[in-house]
Ligand binder design. Structure first.
Ligand code: SAM
Length: 308
């Protein structure tokens, strides 16, 4: 190692020894789902390298794109395409190869296959045909985004890409209002401003992290409330690849008193039904809970706070 290098010769030797140990193992017949980096080639795992080197064939979305990765590590393995346009035709062929005892790897352009990428139906059919499916975990933009967002991770929902058209996007966001979890989205850079504006309007002013180009040279995280980020991005576009993390609904922490106060205001202007719907949506609370509190409010008046 040269002076100033971050790792010592001993560490390098250990890494090589571990790779050699991993690579010595006989690769089992079956389908190996292999995660690849989302930008930084250093994020490939030792197991990914050994499986890609040993596989009889590697299925990928785009052979030209994946050739870069394969060439970079001199894996020299055979690449074949499996993407949305040939999947119906290729699936039975892949199952036939597995019937013949082959060791097959599936990768996507980047990250973990099946996560907003092809592979689910293949895995389903391979399981139905009685073959083994092996996971080789690694990079995934959704998980990477959550680790740097600074938002709760105890419960999360990966919501993938939102529809490109605003009306459909807002409808989808309405379905997600009450989900009591952190939400993770993928988004195209050209649509980021409108998507964040729709989120601010529909989901309420929650905390959010826009992560861009994770693991790459221009890695960036923009943190703030949805309103703040919507204002900052208005009329602009970003470049690169983007994953968005949005905090759970405020109502996860909303007390009965918070809901009752909101109901008292809403009931002045709306019917019970509309007030319940509005407050439930706004605070992300279950409608039945809000309805019960509305009935109590009507029967007994506002909740009395206990002094202590
Ligand atoms: N299977 C991949 C995974 O495991 O993350 C995701 C594939 S999906 C077709 C591609 C989307 O993932 C991009 O449009 C972007 O939203 C997100 N993405 C991929 N790489 C990223 C990165 N380095 N930083 C932020 N988001 C990324």
């Amino acid at each position: 190692m040269t002076e100033g290098s971050a790792i010592s010769a001993t560490v390098t030797e250990r890494i090589v020894a571990e790779f050699t140990r991993v690579a010595m193992r006989e690769l089992s017949p079956g389908l190996h789902i292999v995660a690849t980096p989302i930008g930084n080639l250093g994020d490939i795992t030792l197991r990914a390298l050994s499986v890609l080197a040993a596989a009889d064939i590697i299925y990928c979305e785009d052979t030209r794109h994946s050739r870069t990765l394969i060439s970079h590590f001199s894996l020299g393995s055979k690449l074949a395409a499996y993407h949305e346009h040939n999947a119906e035709r290729e699936r039975p062929r892949i199952v036939e190869r597995l019937d013949a005892g082959e060791r097959i790897a599936l990768i996507s352009d980047a990250g973990t296959p099946l996560i907003s990428d092809p592979g689910y139906k293949l895995v389903r059919d391979v399981i139905a045909a009685g073959h083994a499916v092996y996971a080789l975990p690694g990079a995934c933009a959704a998980v990477a985004a959550m680790t740097v967002a600074g938002l709760p991770t105890d419960s999360f929902m990966f919501a993938g890409f939102l529809p490109a058209k605003s009306g459909q996007r807002q409808s989808r966001l309405k379905e997600l209002i009450a989900v009591p979890a952190t939400l993770v989205f993928y988004e195209a850079p050209t649509r980021i401003a409108e998507a964040i504006a729709d989120m601010a309007n529909v989901l309420g002013d929650r905390q959010c992290a826009i992560t861009r180009e994770l693991t790459k040279l221009h890695e960036e995280v923009m943190r703030g409330s949805l309103q703040e980020l919507a204002s900052a991005l208005a009329g602009t576009t970003l470049r690169g690849e983007i994953a968005i993390v949005v905090a759970p609904p405020i109502a996860m922490a909303a007390s009965d008193e918070d809901i009752t106060s909101a109901l008292a205001v809403a009931l002045e202007a709306a019917s019970t039904r509309d007030a319940v719907r509005l407050v439930a949506e706004r605070l992300g609370a279950a409608k039945t809970r809000v309805y019960d509190l509305a009935m109590t409010l009507k029967r007994e008046g506002p909740l009395q706070r206990e002094d202590n």
